[in-house]
Write a protein that binds this ligand. Structure first.
Ligand SMILES: *Cc1c(COP(=O)(O)O)cnc(C)c1O
Length: 354
């Protein structure tokens, strides 16, 4: 049966990317060797890394603007720590908009007191706080652009005179932004860029080298930059599949083109949530994510029927995170509009049945 994959992460990848990736596992570059059994320092793989970096800067419109691209390991969760290690000297400001922000704060607190500029924790993160101040003498400000678990998304980023650091794990490459506003962007690959195993870091080089502490080599952005992400053996497969996904996106017309598709999917999804009396949305309307739509059944007695209908239509990965319950439709770049159409049809069919 054809599947409609709404999984929150690891998540859907384009079919053509999976096809090319599986071919490279058997026979990379028509050289009768697997991508997985050649040296990461061989020219074919160095070219992959180089091309992936170039595509990132191209898609984000950051070429020639002082940014470096890294493909690291340890997931976005390691960046919670690495950001603080590399940038935190006296004090940093964090916006707490969800479990991932909260975890980023916890790790940074190992190095210093962290100032939470605002938090929506008391409302179980169903909205994005606004109108807070960011102290101008802090080392940096950290925020999470899209809250994967709660389904909220920052629409307008605050004016910020200090380095702006952003965890974009679940909405990188999904919408047009002025990326020059950010000094450090990081994202685990497995939501919108590729398979689990690598983490993208895009950093403006001139914010580095300003802290007095000693930084372990593997955690030091400057060392990683000087070694072109090959301080140690990089996750070759994850980088290669990410490169293929970035190529796929470029061929589609880049972020401008995919944003149109993402908007169509989100509009369709949220209008069903709002019009269908059996469901209610979780996130505050103005802060709704175009990537992860969170919603609940008004009457939980319908859960079994709805879940069965979903299963019978090939819908996968729709369960909400345990901290929110209900449902979460993750509509990442590679999810076709058709999948959202199928889901919405089931929701309205449930309405006629109930
Ligand atoms: C998934 C996710 C993370 C954690 O990523 P890992 O790669 O598993 O460490 C961090 N932040 C956000 C916003 C996420 O969606």
């Amino acid at each position: 049966m054809k599947k409609h994959n709404f999984s929150a992460g690891p998540s859907i990848l384009p079919q053509e990317v999976l096809q090319k990736a599986s071919e490279a596992v058997l026979n990379f570059n028509n050289d009768n060797l697997s991508l997985l059994e050649i040296s990461h320092r061989s020219k074919p793989f160095v070219d992959v890394m180089e091309h992936a970096r170039t595509l990132v800067l191209e898609l984000l419109n950051l070429e020639g603007k002082g940014y470096k691209v890294l493909f690291l390991q340890g997931g976005a969760s390691t960046q919670f720590l690495m950001v603080a290690l590399n940038l935190l000297e006296k004090r940093a400001g964090y916006l707490n908009t969800g479990s991932w922000s909260d975890k980023a704060i916890k790790e940074a607190k190992i190095y210093d007191d962290i100032y939470e500029v605002a938090s929506s924790k008391n409302a179980n993160y169903n909205y994005i706080p606004k109108g807070y101040d960011i102290p101008a003498d802090y080392d940096y400000f950290h925020c999470t652009s899209n809250n994967t678990i709660f389904g909220t998304q920052i629409k307008e980023f605050p004016k910020c005179s200090i380095p702006l650091v952003c965890d974009m794990s679940s909405d990188i490459f999904s919408r047009q932004l002025d990326f020059t506003k950010f000094d450090l962007i990081y994202a685990g690959a497995q939501k919108n860029m590729g398979p689990a195993g690598t983490t993208l870091v895009v950093v403006k080089e001139d914010i580095l080298g300003k802290v007095s502490r000693k930084i372990p080599s593997i955690m030091d952005y400057k060392i990683q930059i000087s070694k072109s992400s090959m301080f140690n053996t990089p996750p070759v497969f994850a980088v290669y599949v990410s490169m293929l996904t970035l190529e796929w996106l470029k061929n589609l017309g880049g972020i401008a083109a995919i944003e149109k598709e993402n908007d169509k999917k989100a509009i369709l999804m949220y209008s069903e949530i709002d019009l269908n009396p059996l469901f209610k949305g979780y996130a505050s309307k103005g802060d709704r994510s175009i990537m992860n739509a969170t919603f609940n059944l008004v009457n939980d007695d319908l859960k079994e029927t709805f879940d069965t209908m979903c299963r019978e239509s090939g819908i996968n990965g729709l369960n909400g995170h345990r901290s929110v319950g209900g449902y979460r439709a993750s509509m990442y770049n590679a999810l076709p509009l058709e999948s959202v159409q199928v889901l919405v049809e089931i929701m309205s069919e449930l309405e006629t049945k109930a």
